[in-house]
Design a protein around this ligand. Structure first.
Ligand code: M6R
Length: 609
């Protein structure tokens, strides 16, 4: 949520900052802004809306400075407007800063500062930080003023600060919102995530909570807010910039849907031993013995990652016999979860930065649980704070609607189920059957993608409807949730995900000819019951789109439209069934003319609670 980028070095800062903002735009796109400090020619520009608006505003202006900061905003305090856009400045315009997070005590601080004569220009929480630095800077040097400010602030922040009078440095600080420092030769690029850094350097330092860095073009110093020096290691990123480009697709979302044969392959490659019927998850090696003794699992996650967790619950309970609870991370802390040292709490998160999930994992650690992560972004906070974990290897996911991260999460949950199951009662033959079938999944996903034109046609037929009911049972019950989430977030239509069996307990009252239902109806152990549900809808004049198993001719007699998926093991059907729903949402969204990569009001990683 909100993207921050900063540059200090020998090159002109503004093109680097603009390019970085474009890469971070998925974190928020309510407004954007930039400040460049080069002594006399200071420059500050802001624009409501997309980074492109900022770029147009900058136009042909000559901005020579080699030190600067920039921001793309997801509004929390104050509506999207020029005044509320970052960077924010102190009264004199000397200090400029960009902020991601929430300063919880900003009201008191603002009042105190106003009483001392400070004039505020915005409604944001962030602006208080600039005025506080100004206030402290009257009595102490700039660096100490920043440290004193950080001590006064309560809440979360990723901050980058520049000072017109000391244009040889950027100061950055982190507490609860991500901040990465890219270390180049005679230059630094700092950003909320590595996507804005990788083009310049693969060498990065992940700042931890409570850390501050003073960055000059030829060196950096990292310290705590209490001014104690810290030695941090530089990590080399293993990222391919190509994978973060659209590669000819009109949207990242479509590209990422089509990435799935490869991203599922990448999630499972080298992680299965067929002869032994085992999964080989290197990241769990150190906790292997603890996993053998685990008696309960709690999965914490949000949004799409939560839906992956629900599928994981069915898999692990059926094949490993361990009780699993799946909890919205945002609710986890408000319950009194029963946790002991034989409980594993698994965080599933694409970004590895979701504030609610991070807070849940911290709470679980506090209570003595073994914490594990299933995370896509390497080096992200959740990946670093969990005891052990598995990376998705899905590559950068830029589209705000999560697609390939979901199928890679499901693939890893299959591997985790194998690991836990084979440590317990799962037979060699079952383990081998799962592995053999999992290996076929990338090819099977490709065969669904090859039918995209049929799904596009169905989307065209239904894109005028304003309500949808998504229904699924057992393994595909969470896929009903996921299908509904996908279409509502990018097409702005009302969609509800329900367990098929629950439909007759209420939602069926909604059904008429204007309220179509999307049924997850593969030939699985609950097929007959699913068909009964379809008949109930049919009898009430409701239209039906069915996701069914190839060769199922009967279903075409009930449903108005059928999208076929190949036959696979029941536990793996979610990996296939979700793909047509992603495409359906994509084509409905684009048929309505929406920017599906950047749906309104959303941001890719939600780093505020
Ligand atoms: O990065 P995370 O997986 O932790 O993000 C969780 C949710 O914010 C995310 O899945 C969100 O629901 C997506 N927009 C869904 O498409």
């Amino acid at each position: 949520m909100c993207g921050i980028v900063g540059y200090i070095g020998k090159q002109k800062a503004s093109p680097i900052l603009l390019e970085g903002l474009k890469r971070l735009e998925y974190r928020g796109y309510d407004s954007a802004g930039m400040a460049i400090a080069d002594g006399e020619n200071n420059f500050l520009v802001k624009a409501v809306g997309r980074v492109a608006n900022l770029e147009n505003k900058i136009g042909e202006k000559k901005i020579l400075g080699t030190v600067g900061i920039a921001h793309t905003r997801w509004a929390t305090h104050g509506k999207p407007s020029d005044q509320n856009s970052h960077p924010h400045q102190d009264c004199t315009g000397k200090i400029s800063l960009v902020h991601n997070g929430i300063i919880e005590n900003y009201r008191e601080l603002k009042k105190e500062l106003q009483a001392k004569g400070h004039k505020f220009k915005s409604e944001t929480d962030s602006e208080v930080a600039a005025h506080l630095i100004e206030e402290f800077n009257k009595k102490m040097n700039f660096e100490t003023a920043v440290l004193e400010t950080l001590k006064k602030i309560k809440g979360t922040y990723g901050l980058a600060i520049i000072n017109r009078e000391e244009p040889d440095k950027i100061i950055v600080a982190r507490n609860g919102s991500p901040l990465v420092i890219g270390v180049g030769a005679g230059e630094y690029v700092i950003a909320s995530d590595v996507s804005a850094i990788i083009r310049h350097t693969p060498q990065v330092i992940y700042l931890d909570d409570g850390e501050v860095a003073v960055i000059k073009k030829d060196g950096h110093q990292i310290k705590t807010i209490n001014n104690e020096a810290k030695n941090k290691k530089i990590t080399k990123l293993d990222w391919d910039l190509e994978r973060a480009e659209k590669q000819g697709y009109p949207h990242f979302m479509l590209k990422e849907i089509f990435d799935q044969p490869a991203s599922v392959e990448d999630a499972i490659r080298g992680r299965m031993l067929l002869a032994e019927g085992l999964a080989k998850l290197g990241g769990l090696q150190t906790v292997s013995e603890k996993l053998r003794k685990i008696e309960k699992i709690i999965i914490v996650s949000c949004g799409t990652s939560y839906h992956a967790g629900l599928v994981g619950e069915y898999m692990i309970e059926e094949y490993a016999g361990i009780p699993v609870e799946v909890e919205y991370a945002s609710e986890f802390r408000y319950r009194k979860p029963i946790i002991n040292s034989r409980t594993a709490v698994i965080a599933i998160s694409q970004s590895g930065e979701t504030a609610d999930t991070l807070a849940a994992i911290r709470e679980a650690k506090e209570k003595g649980a073994l914490t594990l992560g299933i995370v896509n972004v390497v080096g992200s906070t959740i990946a670093r704070e969990t005891d052990a974990g598995v990376y998705n290897h899905a590559g950068p996911e830029i589209g705000v609607a999560s697609t390939k991260a979901f199928t890679s999460q499901l693939s890893i949950l299959v591997l985790l189920t194998l690991t836990l199951g084979r440590q317990r009662d799962m037979s060699l033959v079952t383990g081998q059957r799962i592995i053999k079938e999992l290996r076929r999944i990338p090819k099977l996903i490709q065969s669904i993608l090859d039918e995209k034109d049929q799904i596009k046609k169905i989307a065209k037929k239904y894109h005028g409807y304003e309500d949808f009911l998504y229904l699924g049972r057992k393994y595909n019950f969470p896929i009903a949730f996921e299908g509904a989430l996908k279409i509502k977030e990018i097409s702005y239509v009302h969609a509800e995900g329900y367990a098929t069996g629950e439909m007759k307990h209420g939602p069926i009252a909604l059904i008429d000819k204007n309220f179509p239902s999307v049924f997850l109806a593969p030939k699985d152990s609950v097929y007959e019951k699913t068909i009964s549900g379809m008949q109930e809808i049919k009898a009430r004049g409701g239209k039906i789109i069915a996701i069914a198993t190839k060769g199922d001719k009967e279903i075409a007699k009930i449903a108005d439209d059928v999208i076929y998926i190949p036959k696979t093991l029941e536990m793996l059907t979610p990996l296939l069934a979700v793909v047509p729903l992603q495409l359906l949402a994509y084509y409905v969204g684009t048929a309505k003319g929406f920017d599906v990569d950047k749906p309104r009001n959303l941001a890719k990683s939600v780093t505020v609670e």
